[in-house]
Design a protein around this ligand. Sequence first.
Ligand SMILES: Nc1ncnc2c1ncn2[C@@H]1O[C@H](COP(=O)(O)OP(=O)(O)O)[C@@H](O)[C@H]1O
Ligand SMILES: [Mg+2]
Length: 374
Amino acid sequence: MKNPFVYGKRVSGQAFFDRAKVKSDIRNVLDGGSNVLLYGPRRYGKSSLIGEVLSEIRAGGGCCAELNMMEVASLEDFVARFARIVYRELAPVSGALNLIAGFLKRMSPSIGLDEEGKPELRVSFSSGRATVDNLREVLMLPERLCGEKRRIVIAIDEFQEVSELGLGAQFERIMRSVIEKQSHVSYVFLGSKTHMLERMFSSKSRPFYNSAQKFLLLRPPEDESAAFLVERFSSSSIKLDPCLAEKMVRLVDNVPYYLQALGSWTFNAVRGRDADEVSDSDVADGFDSMYSAERILLEDAFRSHPESQRLLMRAIAIEPTGKFDESYRERHGLKSTSTVNTALRRLIADSTIEKTAVDYRLGDPLLAYYLAEC
Ligand SMILES: Nc1ncnc2c1ncn2[C@@H]1O[C@H](COP(=O)(O)OP(=O)(O)O)[C@@H](O)[C@H]1O
Ligand SMILES: [Mg+2]
């Protein structure tokens, strides 16, 4: 029997739950021609949510294109991929090349075939390197190809990574000035580095100030998460007691990725004993299996931080706190207040640590478990 839980990739349809309100709010902003910033910690479901929104737009006959900055290696790669996704959506007919060549004057566009044998736009640069003029031209391409009648929504995932393209603030300035001139293109900017994106879009001195309607994606309501687990098990004719479902939600701190991962491993445990009802020990076994599967990634995530941050992460995992007074620092072997503050700022900036109303805690419940345990 097929495991009804899906994780580690974008989910849609049956595997997607809740988010109806934010989905329709985002739709409304895009339909009104404005841009959207959807941000929040990793694994809360941003990419899945936008996938659903774009599917709806496509189902209604609209045009959408997507780019993930995590896959972009360089400025040249960004320009080439951007041209490719826009071409795929707006100009997949023969004859369009001349038109595009007219728009991308400073590049040499050509048509090749992708892995499935479909035509694909390729661009090359005269000196092998992309310039800011190439960037400006390619960013204008969607508006030019849209004409008067069509509109397009372009989603750029992990948008904060544009800071790695080597253009510094110039990238933001160029993109903002192009966006302002476009009336047929709406952008969705997505990202997990919440503080970086907040600064980019909310600070008056930055080019993207007020250029998009902001949506912070939080955890789903706990009762809906629990109901989702019950429903998914029941789709495979397995009974899950609602109280046990609530316990599962608490075990993974209601983070959507881990809800599905725990569901999946627990499902395997139930199937392993050929049962039709989830027991406490299935959940315990499911948690252990999930933890073993994730452990190497957790180790890597921990090791990727410098020592001062590692010490602080461990301290917060063992004892979440709102302030780092002398006795707390002593208890956890932390150095001076200024060292702690610098580490804390960095960890909040990359969304490793979250500030709640009462204390600081690790955003990843399994990382917290790992650090408290080892
Ligand atoms: N609305 C949802 N319903 C069910 N599962 C979800 C939902 N959103 C996210 N998930 C789970 O979380 C995982 C990560 O989702 P993803 O959209 O990649 O998050 P993000 O882009 O915020 O990192 C998915 O593979 C899925 O298991
Ligand atoms: Mg994502």
